[in-house]
Design a protein around this ligand. Sequence first.
Ligand SMILES: Nc1ncnc2c1ncn2[C@@H]1O[C@H](COP(=O)(O)OP(=O)(O)O)[C@@H](O)[C@H]1O
Ligand SMILES: [Mg+2]
Length: 615
Amino acid sequence: MTMMQQNIKKPHVRILPDDLANQIAAGEVVERPMSVVKELVENSVDACATRILIEIEQGGKFFIRVTDNGVGLSSEDAQLAFLRHATSKIRNASDLERIVSLGFRGEALPSIASVSKIRMITSDDEHRGGTQIVIEGGGTSNVKEISCPRGTTIEVSQLFYNTPARKKFLKGDGTESSHISQVVTQQALAYPHVHFTLINNDRKVIDVLPTDQNLYRIAELFGADLAKELVLVTAETSDYRLNGFISSPVYTRSSRSAQYCYVNQRFIRDKVIFHSTQHGYSHLIPRGKHPAIYLFLTMDPKLYDVNVHPAKAEVRFAFQQEVHRFVSGAVKEALSASKNIALPNLSLTGHKNNMTQPQKKIDFTETMKSSYLKTQSSEDLSSAVEFMYKVPELKAYDSMNENHSRSQIEIFHDKPNPVANLIYSEFEPLGQLDRSFILMQGKLGILVVDQHVAHERVLYDQFSKAAKNRKSEVQQLLFPLSLEFSHGESELLGRYQKRLGELGLELESFGKNDFLLRSVPAILKKNNHAEIMREIVDMLPTENHEEVLNNKFEEILIMMSCRNAIKINTTLNLSQISKLISDLQGTSMPYTCPHGRPIALLYEMDTILKKFLRK
Ligand SMILES: Nc1ncnc2c1ncn2[C@@H]1O[C@H](COP(=O)(O)OP(=O)(O)O)[C@@H](O)[C@H]1O
Ligand SMILES: [Mg+2]
């Protein structure tokens, strides 16, 4: 035996005490105040609450309180709920395969209790009274009878007070509270029939009224300006259903921050979904830009597993490719179907009128209110409960006006807007501006169309249709063009010879690195063919992956369209203009070019009248 080995004490396997085990679990489940809010709100949703109030102080680091009007708990169940792996949501292994609730592990409450001071007040029947449980740092609980209305309130204070290492990693109040409003927004989108309120340091940050329309919930949370840009998505197969809204291609963001995807009403960040929606937009939006997405996927819980991520923020689909194909197809179809459909006019006045009145009225009667307030002993809780009762609908509308000034759509559009859904033939061509932009007039105002990008869209559609049907109109070259490439390039050309042939680029290899170009797509007949071939070779993918390949070939189509589109500074007469515009209307997406740039701007008649003080 060496000296070292002699000094080491022989280890023993031990089972950790419950409070320590809970703290370890909390390490995964409770990352920051936002995680506490997420777990508590999920519990309220699982308890069928129609009213959920979230109050936070100092970014939730000092204080979080979630109050709901859900089914509540009996005294016995309330005490059990703080034990590890205690849950009312599943019973056996087969339940794990068909989870319909948001929670199922029975870990949240004991984890939160192990790293904070927690107080629960709950009742499943206000006539029989309720229970208060207070626990500090996962220690023993202090239970007493209390009178309270049906529902549950959970207060979490001094998060991580007993785990300083964790506490150190928390960010400033602003950052933590913005995480929290994100998480409340995510839940509020999925449950439009629930009245959600978030109060941060006494300031109402979110207050959304119940509705049965997802679109109104979106408008309330993000403003009607965004909602106006949305396109309806609905699709269904025997296994999957997809509902929701996505932005038209003229509305983009530089991050995915406006993307909300749900599987059976659970918010998830999932690669397959992200990728499939992106694929659905394909070349309608510029690279590096992202659409706004609110999509709700419904499917049998057996077709995916949620038990793969501590925060349940990811799922594993049983048939990834199938989901991918379904979602991207639905997105594509929605975008192309939407092109001539005027979107609902979501002016704020319209928004108010159309807004369905709260579906399920808040389920508190006057009697419950007075009986509770009379017997309520803890002062600070009364404010929350009072709030739960008060919130009359009218007041909520006012506060919507205050808090959501973004959504005031009586906005007077000084700027021209990229168009997303009008019918070009309703406009009459007037001529050109600067030999580059087509001017048209109609009832809606003046339309300015970028002639180059409009033509680019027309050509791109022709190219891709022909390529899809494998019958490009081909121009045989009178004198085949001989081209020499490097070894690597010829290898690539050889590999894609057939596919290029389908585009109308017929190549014949002769000698080691030499090719004869025998034909070109008819549209390319005037181009410098050698130059185009070099450009194409540079674009050919070295990976043989089907998807990369499709993307690359699409890029080649875009490049060929761009090269041949009418340039700016080109005179067009009225009949050329009419032809271009009617071709444009017939394309799959007449409002953005294949690079994602807008094709037309509308100077609204309304604006013109207002500016001339005629309105
Ligand atoms: N707001 C609430 N209303 C009613 N019951 C609740 C509420 N919060 C928690 N519970 C009960 O406590 C149990 C444990 O909650 P939790 O630790 O979050 O685990 P899980 O949600 O995974 O079941 C739940 O299964 C539920 O029965
Ligand atoms: Mg839970």
